[in-house]
Structure formats: structure tokens, C-alpha cells
Design a protein around this ligand. Structure first.
Ligand code: NAD
Length: 439
């Protein structure tokens, strides 16, 4: 008799006996299988982004959320309502002050902790969560100081726990198609990228009753590129940063801060303290990064000046150029000389990334930002289930986020060139480029 995979002779005989007794074999065979393992996630910071990530995670049938944490109890209650409505079980909430997340990360019924708090406590919570044996999903940026960046790396290495930066722009459909197109050599060697995050959101710096929000407090005291990872994440993948190349130097300059006071004057009146106070953050920050292989990146950051949202992606290779804003590409020898082709019609489908091929339907139905949030969460949960190195690992989290402290230091020193630390300590020379894998 052929033995079914994974079943003992005794189980097969028992199933046969049940069958001859008129019972359904399937039910008994199923009884022999272990229950599929649940992925248990705790969420710290259930504001706008944390709530969104929570809802996206609950769309995966094996996800459970036993606990949430927010200093704002109304935010935590909203998150509890969402989980209860979805699963019938009301999660525990930690709302007793700035450090109550310590109790959440210490729980022994969590596989992972997702962190979507203000930036200045990301690294502290992530380090504590890894020390408590949890897989971390961390919102962007991972940290604000060099010490925090190294702490993340050292803690991950010491504990063997992973920390994935939840950089969703890496999972945009065009970004991933470009990943494949570049890997297949269509642009030749990528030598330069001109990228940036330009988002006019001065409103998020102030409360309606005339106080600074946490974003406003950051702008009041820090001057540099405070939010680099949306444009630098995709660029790092396209240029194989930490996987064949690495950042070696950075210099950064900022314009004078002008618009925040102007905005506050219009919103609150010329005599209001917010219209009269100093803001450290210059309106536009420009950072130049050099890589070990002799390539460069110009990186813009501006989150106040008036203009429509503008996530700049311009990638120059030895055989052509991609211009994301214009949805355009030029490929030498194929595009008519002196013209652009439309990327989305001429190249997008041809170079569709396997992740989008496999997940497009679910992503469009369930994910924000055009579906990329679903794919980000999908990739995070996949790594948590397998306890495997995530596609955006702790070295990427530290490298991409270190632009924050390095640009601040460079701006403070008249654009001085600063050496970039190698968070991988040489591993970048051996590591292969990010795989073009499907779901
Ligand atoms: N990837 C993206 O597209 C994207 C989009 C928006 C925001 N974000 C990131 O998500 C994070 C949160 O941003 P947001 O827009 O949700 O901000 P938010 O202000 O809406 O939410 C932050 C939440 O953290 C809570 N919080 C503050 N201190 C806390 C503490 N000590 N313990 C527990 N909770 C605490 C706040 O009460 C608030 O509810 C930021 O890092 C931001 O950069 C990412």
C-alpha cells in the first residue's frame, strides 16, 4: 500500500478503518495535521499610519493582534475596535504613558512588533523589541542619530532578531518594474540618481489650537534631510547599495527656513508665537551622496514649500535614463533619438516584477498607496513567518536612515563632506543584489 506523505502506518490504517465504518476519511486525516501557525503582532503607535498598517495586516487570514499601544488612549481604543470587529477578540491596550510600550514588547505571546510612532522613539522601541525576542517592523525613518543606527545593527546581530524597515515606496509598481529593467541591463550601469521627497505638508506641523505637533517639533530643532527613505530606498535597490556597492561620503546644504513662519502667520496671525518663533529646518535640503563604485545621488527634501506632491525619481545609466515624474524613459538604440517613450505603456508590463504579477489583484483591493502597502506588509509577514532575513534588513534600515544625522551634521558644518560608515562591515562586497522573487 502507498503511504501518504507525513502520515504513519497506524494513521493510514485508522483512516482506512474509519472509511470502512462509513466515516469521512478527510476529516480524520485533517485531524492528524497540526493547526496552521498564527502570526501574532503587537502594534505600537496607532495613529494614522499605525492604524492603516494594522488594518492591512488584519487582511491576512493568519494574523492576530493580541495587543496595541498608544499614549493617546482614544487612538488605542480605535485600534482595539478595529481588531475586535475583525476577529471578535478585543486586544489588550497599553496607554499608561510614554514608556508603556515596554510592557507590550515584553509579552510572551507576540512574534513581531510593528512600530509607527514619532521618529525619535523608533530605534529605542525597536531595540527593546529585538532584545525581547521579537521580529520588528519599523516605520520610516528607522532612527535620527548615528548611535541609534549602530544600536539597531548591533542589537539585531547580538539577538539574531530581524528588523525590517517598512519602506513602502520600494514596492510601488513602477519602482519594482524599474528594479527588473535595471537588473536586466536595459539602462546599462546606473551612474547617477536625482531623487527627492517634496511634499507640501506644513499643516501637519501645527494643531488647530496653535501648538506644534511632533512633526513641528522636529522642524523646530533639526536642519537636514529628516525623511530620506522614500526616495533613497528604491535608489539603493537600483544601485545595489549594501549589495555590491555602498555609500561612502555625503555632503548636505539647506536653504534658509522661510515658509514655516509664513504659513503660521497666515494660519494663526502675525502676532501668534508660532509665527514669531524660529524653525531650524531649511525649506529645501540638498544632499549629495557618493558610492564606493564611483556613482552619485542628488537627494532633495522639502516638506513645506507650496507645490503639488512630488516624489522625484530620475535614474541615469550608461545606456539610458528613466524620468519617473514624466513617466518617461529613454533607451539608447531603441528609443528614437532625442525623444522620450512613455514608461507605463511601453515598459511597465514587459518588465512587470514577479511580486506585482503575483499580488496585483490583492494589492489593488487591499493596499493603500496604489497597492504597495499591501505588498510591503505581505513581505514583512512572509519574513516573520519564516523568521528569515527581510528584503529591507537592519543594514538597509541603518544605512538609509543615517542620512538624517549625517545630513544634519554636514549642514551644520557648511556642507562639509562626511565619511559614511559601512554598517555591513564589508558584507556589501559579498552580498548578492536583492532577488527578483515573486510572492
Ligand atoms: N510609509 C508611509 O507611507 C508613511 C506614511 C505616514 C507616516 N509614516 C510614518 O509612520 C510614523 C507615524 O506617523 P503618523 O502619520 O501615523 O503619525 P501620527 O501622529 O498620526 O501617529 C503617531 C502615533 O504615535 C503615538 N505615540 C506617540 N508617542 C508614543 C509613545 N511613547 N508610545 C506609544 N505611542 C506613541 C501618538 O499618540 C500617535 O497616535 C512616522 O514614523 C511616519 O514617518 C509612514
Amino acid at each position: 500500500m502507498l503511504m501518504s506523505a507525513g502520515l504513519t502506518r497506524r494513521q493510514v490504517l485508522a483512516a482506512a478503518a474509519a472509511s470502512s465504518a462509513g466515516l469521512v476519511i478527510g476529516r480524520d486525516l485533517r485531524a492528524a495535521q497540526p493547526e496552521p501557525r498564527r502570526v501574532r503582532v503587537g502594534v505600537v503607535g496607532t495613529g494614522a499610519r499605525g492604524t492603516f498598517l494594522l488594518a492591512t495586516m488584519l487582511g491576512f487570514p493568519d494574523v492576530e493582534v493580541p495587543a496595541v499601544c498608544d499614549v493617546d488612549s482614544a487612538a488605542a481604543e480605535r485600534a482595539r475596535d478595529i481588531v475586535e470587529k475583525h476577529s471578535g477578540r478585543r486586544p489588550d491596550a497599553y496607554t499608561a504613558g510614554e514608556s508603556d510600550w515596554e510592557k507590550l514588547v515584553a509579552r510572551d505571546d507576540l512574534d513581531a512588533v510593528v512600530i509607527a510612532t514619532p521618529w525619535d522613539i523608533h530605534a529605542r522601541i525597536a531595540v527593546a523589541a529585538m532584545r525581547a525576542g521579537k521580529f520588528v517592523g519599523l516605520e520610516v525613518p528607522a532612527c535620527l542619530t548615528m548611535d541609534e543606527a549602530w544600536d539597531l545593527v548591533h542589537t539585531s546581530e547580538d539577538t539574531g532578531q530581524h528588523c525590517m524597515l517598512l519602506e513602502n515606496v520600494n514596492y510601488f509598481r513602477n519602482v519594482l518594474a524599474m528594479q527588473r529593467l535595471i537588473r536586466e541591463g536595459v539602462l546599462g550601469t546606473v551612474t547617477h540618481a536625482l531623487v527627492g521627497y517634496l511634499h507640501s505638508i506644513p499643516n501637519l506641523s501645527f494643531t488647530d489650537d496653535g501648538k506644534l505637533t511632533w512633526r513641528g517639533r522636529m522642524k523646530a530643532k533639526l536642519n537636514g534631510n529628516l525623511y530620506p527613505t522614500h526616495p533613497i530606498g528604491p535608489t539603493a535597490w537600483w544601485m545595489n547599495i549594501n549589495r555590491g556597492d555602498r555609500f561612502v561620503r555625503l555632503r548636505s546644504v539647506s536653504t534658509k527656513p522661510r515658509y514655516m513662519r509664513e504659513y503660521a502667520r497666515r494660519r494663526f496671525g502675525a502676532e501668534h508665537p508660532l509665527a514669531r518663533r524660529q524653525y531650524a529646518l531649511g525649506d529645501t535640503n540638498t544632499t549629495i551622496i557618493e558610492t564606493a563604485n564611483g556613482h552619485t545621488i542628488t537627494l532633495y527634501f522639502d516638506i513645506c514649500s507650496p507645490r503639488p506632491y512630488d516624489l522625484i525619481f530620475r535614474v541615469q545609466g550608461t545606456k539610458g535614463c528613466y524620468e519617473g515624474n514624466r513617466d518617461s524613459i529613454y533607451v539608447e538604440g531603441s528609443t528614437p533619438e532625442g525623444q522620450w517613450e512613455v514608461f507605463s505603456t511601453a515598459y511597465q508590463e514587459k518588465y512587470e516584477h514577479p511580486l506585482w504579477r503575483d499580488l496585483a489583484a490583492e494589492a489593488k483591493k487591499n493596499g493603500g498607496h496604489g497597492g504597495c502597502d499591501y505588498i510591503t506588509v505581505h513581505q514583512f509577514l512572509k519574513s516573520v513567518r519564516g523568521r528569515t532575513r527581510p528584503p529591507i534588513d537592519v543594514y538597509d534600515a541603518a544605512t538609509w536612515s543615517a542620512i538624517v544625522p549625517l545630513s544634519i551634521a554636514s549642514v551644520a558644518n557648511k556642507g562639509e563632506a562626511l565619511d559614511y560608515p559601512d554598517f555591513t562591515r564589508g558584507r556589501w562586497k559579498k552580498d548578492s543584489p536583492i532577488p527578483l522573487a515573486g510572492a
